[in-house]
Ligand binder design. Structure first.
Ligand code: PPS
Length: 285
């Protein structure tokens, strides 16, 4: 199916017609935040689900019972259809959410209330690699087709949720920096314990070293993979995990197995051009 059939245009970016209906987007735009809400902001395939596992564990002092509900319920996407029916207004604080949208697309209440945000970023070449596998199995995404063609769409932001560059730059350039923590997938891969500890500190949730270690261990790829309450619950008609699992490889640098030399060089040239005004030091640079 084509972009016209599967996607809708929202503030200049493609969103998924099935998940982001006009009713859902209205709910999102009118959403009222609380100061102690916690938001995970990540471009798709950057570590959203991973953070939807870590943050609830931090909030619940390491108690794994909070992981019994699916990730889309324990930290729902603000812009998703399902979220309207979760009775979020009744949830006790601190509520946890995720979003794949850019900073400038957040609703007015976000800018007034300034809830805490954990912004997770990942090497865009690995985001692309993860995305091509995901789009092949998810019926609500346009089939990626030939890799180079999909690469151009990805770099031009003609994919669901728009441009990786616009997304990352929007959160890095956000005002009120003190309520936003930036972390990368690669830092989490390199030292998960330190990443959990930094997230807990940012959220001002004191945790014993032992609890931090327990959370980090539980959220290792091999251990998280066994938590069936994550994406493995999605019916095969919607996401065909027989093509590749949602928890696919969970590594940094898989792009080396995916991109041709010419594709990687083209990617680097676009990256250099798009990111030349960004001072943030990324692990992958
Ligand atoms: S989504 O669909 O946007 O919510 O996807 P998202 O969760 O952001 O990203 C999916 C990728 O994250 C990997 N993942 C992990 N990597 C390391 N450790 C842990 N615990 C972990 N959990 C999820 C997942 O495998 C996808 O990456 P790839 O490269 O495809 O394996």
């Amino acid at each position: 199916m084509t972009e016209a059939e599967l996607y809708t245009m929202y503030k200049g970016i493609y969103l998924l017609k099935e998940i982001h209906t006009p009713q859902t987007l209205k709910y999102f735009e009118e959403f009222s935040f609380r100061p102690d809400d916690i938001i995970i902001a990540a471009y798709p395939k950057s570590g959203t689900t991973w953070s939807q596992e870590i943050v609830p564990l931090i909030v619940n002092g390491g108690d794994p019972t909070c992981l019994q509900s699916p990730n889309w319920d324990r930290a729902p996407w603000l812009e998703d259809l399902l979220t309207c029916s979760l009775n979020i207004e009744e949830r006790p604080s601190p509520r946890m959410f995720a979003t794949h949208l850019q900073y400038n697309m957040m609703p007015p209440s976000f800018f007034k209330v300034k809830p805490r945000v954990i912004n997770v970023m990942r090497n865009p070449k690995d985001v692309f690699t993860s995305a091509i596998h995901y789009c092949e199995k998810a019926s609500y995404h346009v089939n990626p087709g030939p890799q180079t063609k999909f690469l151009h769409k990805f770099l031009d932001g003609k994919v669901a949720y728009g441009s990786w560059f616009d997304h990352v730059k929007s959160w890095l350039n956000a005002e009120d920096k003190e309520h936003i923590m930036h972390i990368s997938y690669e830092e989490m891969i390199m030292d998960l314990k330190d990443s959990v500890s930094r997230m807990a500190q940012f959220l001002e949730i004191p945790l014993d070293n032992e609890v931090i270690e327990k959370i980090a261990d539980r959220c290792l790829f091999k251990n998280m993979k066994t938590n069936s309450s994550n994406f493995s619950l999605v019916p095969p008609k919607i996401t065909d995990m027989s093509k590749s699992e949602f928890m696919r490889k969970g590594i940094a640098g898989d792009w080396k197995n995916q991109l041709t030399v010419a594709e990687a060089e083209y990617f680097d040239a676009v990256y250099k051009d798009q990111m030349n005004d960004i001072k943030h030091k990324f692990v992958w640079d």
